[in-house]
Design a protein around this ligand. Structure first.
Ligand code: GAR
Length: 210
């Protein structure tokens, strides 16, 4: 199983979807630890309900972002995390974390990047009157909501729908897409060239098959 650590700041509905897929859909992934950037994140409760250890950060711990990331890296390594999965983590990563997990940090974003990066993507897309929006999952780099794109799912914006309905539809797509991408990650090789990601069946390390 692929061992992951999930970073979040809020409700944690994506964490829940991943855990649900692990428990009910044979997703070959194990969530070893959850890191919350704030003590009031409901995702902490969800993690605890599933018996997953948590690291809860707070303002004091974030005074120095480099030290904060060093603490997070320590915790992730302690739990033997192979991939870091950001699920609504509203903090910029520093090179301390990115260098510790090179090309091994994923992020989900509720818009079709590079359109509408930032913390209010669904509303900004809705207000901009776009006819198509969606969800992006990508490898993270030091720029918030940037980095090589692994998968995108597009949604038509319906002319009579409210922001709340669009939000709910985007979240439903997220809850399907993240487990799908994690399954791909666990079973395939992802090769990053510049901003492009190519996905191949896992190379046979033993050299037998071919
Ligand atoms: C998700 O919609 C995720 O795409 C978004 O935060 C939400 C977290 O929801 N992330 C970003 O906007 C990143 N820029 P959740 O806590 O219920 O999983």
């Amino acid at each position: 199983k692929l061992t992951i650590g999930v970073l979040l700041s809020g409700s944690g509905s994506n964490l829940e979807a991943i855990l649900d897929a692990c428990e009910n859909d044979d997703l070959p992934v194990r969530v070893a630890v959850v890191v919350a950037s704030r003590p009031d994140a409901y995702g902490i409760t969800r993690a605890q309900q599933h018996g997953i250890p948590t690291l809860v950060m707070n303002k004091e711990r974030y005074v120095n972002p480099l030290e904060a990331d060093a603490l997070i890296v320590n915790t992730l390594q302690h739990h033997h995390v192979e991939y870091v999965v950001m699920a609504g983590y509203m903090r910029k990563l520093t090179h301390v974390l990115l260098n510790a997990f090179p090309q091994r940090v994923l992020n989900i974003h509720p818009a079709l990047l590079p359109a509408f990066p930032g913390a209010h993507a669904i509303r900004e897309a809705f207000d901009a009157g776009v006819k198509v929006t969606g969800v992006t999952i990508h490898f993270a780099n030091e720029v918030y909501d940037e980095g090589p794109i692994i998968a995108q799912h597009a949604l038509d914006v319906r002319q009579d729908e409210t922001l709340e309905i669009l939000e709910a539809r985007i979240h439903s797509v997220e809850h399907v897409l993240y487990p799908q991408v994690l399954r791909l990650l666990a079973t395939h090789d992802m090769v990053i060239t510049g901003k492009k990601v190519c996905v191949y069946p896992k190379s046979d390390a033993a050299g037998s098959g071919v």
